[in-house]
Design a protein around this ligand. Structure first.
Ligand code: KDG
Ligand code: MG
Length: 408
């Protein structure tokens, strides 16, 4: 048996997704997620213009060999476009292998290590009343962990805060359909650092100590600002502080660690294990935040997580809406199988997306399960997908109040 066809499907059921379809000579179909928010078409081109012809005729069972062939064979290594393309191929081949075995993928990864995977929801609000309302709503749905993001006085629309008033929101979406250019937002780290500790204090006062609280700094602080912030929020017992500083500088995390015991998570913009080498071997982080979709797929992610396990570091796989249901399924199978699972991000997709991607996930009181269908357990309906044409959308660009471009 061999790979007979490779197709790239670009669809936009409310937001853009790039999906790879690999079909074997005996008609088995595997799906892979190749979505790179705001740069979708470059991965679609990498797959259809470069990788598709190399894959035709290859043995679909040789997953590790295909991974090495695409990674080493390109000569040009790493980078989000390359690694998202390799990830899509890798997921599709694992999907095929598990379908051939007649098993859900997690069985091939060693079987379940737990009954379900704890997920965290996105609670946000422009002010405390709206945020509190969102947290209450998620608690009523059974969530045991929430990420909290809130407006900062003096700043307008900022990262992670739903623009749409109070209430439980499922549809926070950072990519904006803003024509040919990204929308712009404003930022001031000093105002943020002054405001946030009080927000955590209020949440603990209102909701007690049971709830797991997470927060995303989204790469905006300098190392010393992050060290101070992590120290300031220690009394509120965060599950993690994510992306406190820009991801390129692994050594920056040393400074934060020297000053605080707030657990740290980083990695959603990483794309290989090498981005983690210092962070893991020096135990500078507590959670690995990569997406299976942006890190070379299941094969590569499993290696990163096994490496992290040796150092007592756990998983916190990236799962916003720009990870398609196929990428989310890959994450859930890994989450269920590995020993060093920490938590899984969960931003449910909208109804249109779930019309295009039929999933078999189940949610029960704060825990997800990938389901027991053979393979990844997600099928794309090509006819439904064709109704949603690609529409350019970008992540915003951030500027300080004086106009300087800042990390978003
Ligand atoms: O595409 C970028 C988003 O996925 C990212 O901004 C979301 O930071 C994010 C998160 O933690 O989900
Ligand atoms: Mg993040």
């Amino acid at each position: 048996m061999s790979i007979a066809s490779v197709d790239v499907i670009v669809t936009s059921p409310g937001r853009n997704f790039v999906t790879l379809k690999v079909t074997t000579s005996d008609g088995i179909v595997g799906w892979g997620d190749a979505t790179l928010n705001g740069r979708e078409l470059s991965v679609a081109s990498y797959l259809s213009d470069h990788l598709a012809s190399m894959l035709i005729g290859r043995d679909e069972d040789r997953i590790e060999d295909t991974w090495q062939y695409l990674y080493r064979g390109a000569y040009w290594r790493r980078g989000p476009v390359t690694m998202a393309a390799i990830a899509a191929v890798d997921m599709a081949l694992w999907d095929i292998k598990a379908k051939k075995a007649g098993m859900p993928l997690y069985q091939l990864l060693g079987g379940a290590s737990r009954d379900g995977v704890r997920v965290y929801a996105h609670a946000s609000g422009t002010d405390f009343a709206a945020l509190s309302n969102a947290i209450t709503g998620y608690r009523e749905l059974g969530f045991t962990a929430v990420r909290v993001q809130t407006g900062v006085p003096g700043l307008g629309q900022i990262y992670g805060v739903s623009a749409a008033g109070p209430g439980v929101r499922y549809d926070y979406e950072p990519a904006k359909r803003s024509g040919d250019r990204p929308a712009e937002e404003q930022w001031d780290t000093r105002q943020y650092l002054t405001h946030m500790p009080g927000v955590f204090a209020q949440i603990r006062e209102e909701f007690g100590t049971d709830l797991r609280l997470l927060h995303d700094g989204h790469h905006r602080m300098t190392p010393i600002e992050a060290a101070r912030f992590a120290k300031d929020i220690e009394p509120y017992d965060l599950f993690w502080l994510e992306d406190a500083t820009p991801g390129e500088d692994q050594a920056a995390l040393r400074l934060i660690r020297q000053h605080s015991t707030t657990p740290l998570a980083i990695g959603e913009v990483f794309n290989t294990v090498y981005d983690y080498q210092t962070l893991i071997t020096e135990r500078l982080i507590d959670y690995v935040r990569s997406a299976v979709t942006h890190t070379g797929g299941i094969t590569a992610m499993k290696k990163i997580l096994d490496f992290a396990a040796i150092y007592g570091i756990r998983s916190g796989i990236h799962g916003p809406t720009d990870i398609s249901p196929v990428g989310m399924a890959a994450a859930l199978h890994l989450d269920l199988a590995i020993h060093n699972f920490g938590i899984q991000e969960y931003m449910p997709h909208n109804e249109q997306t779930l019309e295009v991607f039929q999933t078999s996930f189940t949610f029960d009181r704060g825990f997800l399960h990938p389901g027991d269908q053979p393979g990844l357990g997600v099928e794309l309906d090509e006819e439904a997908a064709s109704a949603f044409e690609y529409t350019k959308a970008y992540l915003p660009v951030n500027r300080l109040l004086d106009g300087t471009v800042h990390d978003w």
